[in-house]
Design a protein around this ligand. Structure first.
Ligand SMILES: *Cc1c(COP(=O)(O)O)cnc(C)c1O
Length: 352
């Protein structure tokens, strides 16, 4: 079965071999305070920064998921105000979670067809955390690096946190333009679920230190103290970190991955333009995600497409939330093979 689900999705072909290596080399049983772990952790983070072009002075943390990152930001960086800019289900979920800890959290929903525009925001000058979902997996839209830079410029004193769960390791992200970036590895990284990554600027860590929140095992201050020694405050997903290291060793620099995915995305758009019974859910191509492609069709047609795909061993992503009965989603993640994409296109063509 080839999974085109936008996460968890197809994993890299090499994963079974890496898992075997981890077993033979005893990685699965190492102690997370051991020299072996520390070296592996340092190497993984060094590779991640190199391959994704993350500024050297940013700190990388291991978490369990993107959801945990929402919680960490809320408990360790928000001090009253947070501003949630979103146009879909994941951004809204982040707002909902934050609101439970901080009732002052403010939602700023924007139109799915519009690029997020710093000039139209009228946020309080009171410092706070601005929360942006860079790639909205539910509806296949994305916020551009340029839009994030404009927000940085308009709100230089705020902490900017970015959910890049379904785009990190697939597209070029301007890490300098925000303070906190996070993702989980079951999307563009092509790895099994169970590991999240959170990347923080020096300003974010200063903010955490100033707030001094340290009540939880995953308080950012506690995590930062451990990460100074390349370690974690609980036993981490050691196998997940090892697999990430092995995948990163083989990964081309992000600019190359980005170019390849952008080409594949462009091909998908022109393919969909030629179809009679389905089309891209979002009209404005300027806001299209390059990694998640939502396709809309009549409910009966949708059911037929998904059923036929499944018969051929292709799993399509269900539509999300309100769009469940009228859309399916196609992951455009690096681990998917050109031949697999061709197979899916040939199948979709049969419905014309
Ligand atoms: C998948 C996803 C999440 C949730 O990731 P978990 O690893 O399940 O916590 C959060 N945000 C976005 C944008 C996602 O695509």
């Amino acid at each position: 079965m080839i999974s085109f689900y936008p996460g968890p999705s197809r994993v890299h072909n090499e994963i079974p071999r890496y898992v075997t290596d981890a077993f033979t080399q005893g990685i699965m049983s190492i102690n997370h305070r051991s020299e072996t772990f520390v070296k592996m952790s340092e190497r993984t983070i060094t590779l991640l920064k190199e391959k994704l072009s993350i500024p050297r002075n940013y700190t990388v943390f291991y978490t369990t998921s993107a959801t945990e990152c929402w919680e960490i930001i809320s408990q360790s960086l928000v001090n009253g105000k947070s501003y949630h800019l979103y146009n879909g289900a994941f951004g809204q979920k982040w707002y909902d979670y934050t609101q439970r800890l901080h009732p002052e959290a403010e939602p700023f929903a924007f139109d799915r067809e519009q690029q997020l525009d710093a000039r139209k925001l009228n946020l309080s000058t009171e410092p706070g955390v601005i929360c942006i979902t860079q790639n909205e997996t539910s509806n296949g839209t994305q916020v551009s690096n340029r839009a994030i830079r404009a927000i940085r410029k308009a709100y230089p004193e705020h902490i900017i946190a970015v959910d890049a769960t379904s785009s990190m390791a697939g597209v070029v992200l301007d890490f300098k333009a925000a303070d906190v970036w996070f993702a989980s590895v079951q999307k563009c990284f092509g790895l099994p679920a169970g590991l999240g990554l959170m990347i923080c600027s020096p300003q974010a860590l200063q903010q955490a230190a100033a707030l001094g929140e340290n009540k939880h095992y995953n308080s950012l201050n506690v995590m930062a103290e451990m990460m100074a020694k390349w370690q974690t405050s609980c036993t981490p997903n050691v196998l997940g970190i090892y697999l990430l290291m092995r995948v990163l060793e083989k990964m081309p620099p992000i600019a190359e991955v980005h170019a390849e995915l952008e080409q594949r995305y462009t091909d998908w758009v022109s393919f969909l333009q030629k179809r009679n019974v389905m089309r891209h859910l979002v009209d404005n191509a300027a806001v299209h995600s390059h990694t998640v492609i939502p396709v809309t069709a009549e409910p009966d047609m949708l059911t037929a497409i998904k059923k036929k795909a499944l018969k051929q061993g292709l799993l399509l992503g269900e539509g999300y939330g309100n769009w469940k009965t009228t859309t399916f989603r196609i992951a455009n993640f690096p681990a998917l093979k050109a031949a697999e994409i061709r197979t899916l296109k040939n199948l979709l063509k049969t419905f014309d």
